[in-house]
Design a protein around this ligand. Structure first.
Ligand SMILES: Cc1cc2nc3c(=O)[nH]c(=O)nc-3n(C[C@H](O)[C@H](O)[C@H](O)COP(=O)(O)OP(=O)(O)OC[C@H]3O[C@@H](n4cnc5c(N)ncnc54)[C@H](O)[C@@H]3O)c2cc1C
Length: 381
């Protein structure tokens, strides 16, 4: 699949997101980065356009579009500002969709509409200080007393955490022989505490906060013991979203580098006249197109209800490497100016790196792919 084969509806959403990114995101991105500012009002504006619940069914307040449309929007918004892309990705893919897919009718009807319309924000709290890739080693646990469930533990690096109203959170569950289950916590619940924003390399417009739960009342999401299955299936989709985000960051770097190569002069000509620069830009564009194609392929499989775990892992592995590598090379095209904050190349570079880490590191993506290739042999170590 490519951008040339989009349906009319997908094309319309793509154009809408592109215009929004150019007019209302990219012009502010440097300021948000400098001031470490979470642009809540821009997320509200995205909600008004129906872009905070793109793939959420219309009966739950969403736009009822497909996952391909969602990835198109994520690429465009991340091209404008990667931190905003992260907020949108976690809000929709990781925070809202588990409730759409696994919530009770009451949870779906009560929690999803304000999220899908952008009145409220969602987050996904799986990681802890001692458990990231090895999420099953989490220490958070719940205690159940009749219908009352209370969660205790500390979740780390919760995206959107400082602004979220709904937290999809995972904890060990005595009702499932201490296997993890999924739960929903609401902002301001008893015993919940925001423990401070992380100081990060980039994506300063996104919120990344540790959240403490001390006997906090929560609701169960899905069946007891299904926490890891819910987390992993959520991440299967989430990884396609991060691949789209990485593609968007890389595209922003390419657009910048091409523009610069046409204007900057050295030795009496534009630097775009040098073969070394041409070769770099040609490789860069080709790899970005490949990243986009892998991303769209995985999204299309998800839309068709077909297995997409491996394809999503491949898209994320490749697109995040493309973003990290080529944002660095975009700095190279801009020379010394690329290393300064006069141009956004250095921001793209800082913003890109995390796409190789969150929602599963590149090593974990390779593991997923290798296990599909080798089966049990790859589980041997
Ligand atoms: C900005 C930011 C936002 C985030 N947002 C969220 C969020 O919203 N919700 C959430 O729950 N989490 C979030 N995270 C956490 C993120 O998903 C984890 O950082 C990530 O999953 C990696 O876990 P870790 O940092 O504990 O690394 P570790 O798991 O400790 O890994 C360290 C290194 O060991 C490697 N490694 C680990 N296991 C293996 C293995 N089996 N084989 C080979 N190599 C291995 C890793 O690839 C990595 O290179 C966020 C993190 C950041 C930095």
């Amino acid at each position: 699949m490519s951008l040339h084969t989009l349906t009319d509806e997908q094309r319309e959403i793509h154009e809408l997101a592109k215009r929004f990114a150019d007019e209302q995101v990219a012009p502010h991105a440097a300021g948000w980065d400098r001031d470490h500012r979470f642009p809540r009002e821009t997320l509200t504006a995205l909600g008004e356009l129906g872009l905070m619940g793109i793939c959420v069914p219309t009966e739950l307040g969403g736009s009822g579009s497909d996952f391909v449309s969602y990835t198109l929007v994520l690429e465009q918004i991340s091209r404008g500002d990667a931190g905003l892309g992260t907020a949108l990705a976690v809000h929709t893919g990781a925070g809202t969709m588990p409730i759409v897919n696994h919530g009770s009718d009451a949870q779906r009807e009560q929690l999803v509409p304000p999220l899908a319309q952008g009145h409220e924000l969602a987050s996904f709290a799986l990681t802890e200080a001692g458990s990231g890739s090895d999420a099953g080693a989490m220490l958070s646990r719940v205690e159940c007393d009749g219908d009352e469930i209370r969660l205790t533990g500390t979740k780390q690096w919760v995206t959107n955490g400082s602004h979220a109203h709904t937290f999809t959170v995972f904890a060990k569950d005595p009702e499932a022989e201490m296997r993890p289950s999924a739960f929903v916590a609401r902002r301001g619940a008893e015993g919940m505490q925001l423990l401070g924003e992380a100081e990060k390399l980039g994506q300063h417009s996104s919120s990344t906060v540790d959240v403490g739960f001390d006997s906090t009342p929560v609701e169960r999401l899905g069946e007891p013991g299904s926490g890891m299955a819910i987390a992993l299936s959520t991440l299967d989709g989430g990884r396609i979203g991060i691949a789209a985000q990485a593609t968007g960051i890389a595209q922003a770097a390419l657009d910048l580098a091409v523009g610069y190569a046409g204007e900057r002069r050295a030795f009496g000509r534009e630097i775009g006249g040098f073969g070394a620069i041409q070769q770099k830009l040609a490789e860069m564009q080709t790899e970005i197109e490949a990243a986009r194609a892998l991303t769209l392929r995985a999204a299309q499989l998800k839309d068709a209800g077909l297995p997409h775990t491996v394809e999503g892992a491949q898209a994320k592995l490749f697109a995040s490497r493309v973003a990290r590598h080529w944002t660095g090379e975009a700095i190279q095209v801009l020379g010394g100016y690329g290393y300064t904050k006069d141009f956004p190349a250095e921001r793209y570079f800082r913003d890109a790196k995390i796409t190789e880490i969150y929602e599963g590191t590149s090593e974990i993506q390779r593991l997923v792919i290798a296990r599909a290739l080798l089966g049990e042999i790859a589980r041997g170590d």
